[in-house]
Design a protein. Structure first.
Length: 183
C-alpha cells in the first residue's frame, strides 16, 4: 500500500498525550479521597459488636445532643475502579525509587469532605528526615515518571488508550455531536 507524503507525515506525527502531570496528580488525589471514603471500622471486616445498647453518660447524649460527625458518602463502584487504576500507576515508578512511591502515596491522601491533603510537604519531610523541598522535587519526579510511562503505553497502542480515543472521537461522542451542532 502506497502512502502519500501527507499521510506518512500524519502517521509519524507524535500523539497528543492523554495524561499530563496535572491530570495524573488529580487522579492520584481523587484515588486517595476515594480510599479514605471507603467504609472501614475496627480491625476486622465485621468489627467488634455487642447486642447491648450503648451506655449513655449524660442526658444531653440521650436527646441526640453531641458532636456531629460528617461522614463522606460511600464511593461508587466506578470511583473504586478509577482508584485501583490510579494506584496501579505506582508500578510505573522505578522499583529502586521506593521513597518516591511513598511520597506519591502519602501526598495522594486527601480528605473526601474538605479536599485538603492529610500530609503537608513539611510533615512528610519530618516523617522521614528529609527537607520539604526535596520531598516536593521527588514528588514531581514521580509524577513525571508516571506521565512518561503512560505516554509510552499510549504510543505503543495500549488497550486503555484505544478505548479512550474511541470514547472521545467515535460516533456518538461529545466531540462529534459538538461538530454536528456547530455546522
Amino acid at each position: 500500500m502506497n502512502m502519500t507524503r501527507v499521510q506518512h507525515l500524519a502517521a509519524a506525527r507524535p500523539q497528543e498525550p492523554i495524561y499530563d502531570a496535572e491530570v495524573v496528580q488529580y487522579r492520584l488525589e481523587e484515588a486517595g479521597a476515594t480510599l479514605l471514603a471507603l467504609p472501614s471500622k475496627g480491625c476486622l471486616p465485621a468489627g467488634y459488636r455487642s447486642n447491648w445498647p450503648e451506655v449513655l453518660v449524660n442526658a444531653a447524649e440521650a436527646y441526640g445532643y453531641g458532636p456531629i460527625t460528617i461522614k463522606a458518602p460511600v464511593p461508587s463502584a466506578r470511583k473504586v475502579t478509577r482508584m485501583d487504576e490510579a494506584f496501579g500507576w505506582m508500578k510505573l515508578v522505578p522499583e529502586d525509587r521506593i521513597n518516591h512511591r511513598r511520597i506519591l502515596l502519602l501526598r495522594a491522601l486527601t480528605s473526601p469532605i474538605t479536599g485538603r491533603h492529610r500530609h503537608s510537604w513539611r510533615s512528610i519531610g519530618t516523617m522521614f528526615g528529609w527537607d520539604y523541598r526535596a520531598v516536593q522535587r521527588w514528588h514531581a519526579e514521580g509524577i513525571s515518571w508516571i506521565v512518561m510511562a503512560l505516554y509510552a503505553q499510549q504510543c505503543g497502542g495500549a488497550e486503555w488508550a484505544r478505548v479512550w480515543r474511541e470514547e472521545r472521537e467515535g460516533p456518538g461522542s461529545l466531540a462529534t455531536s459538538r461538530c454536528r451542532t456547530s455546522s
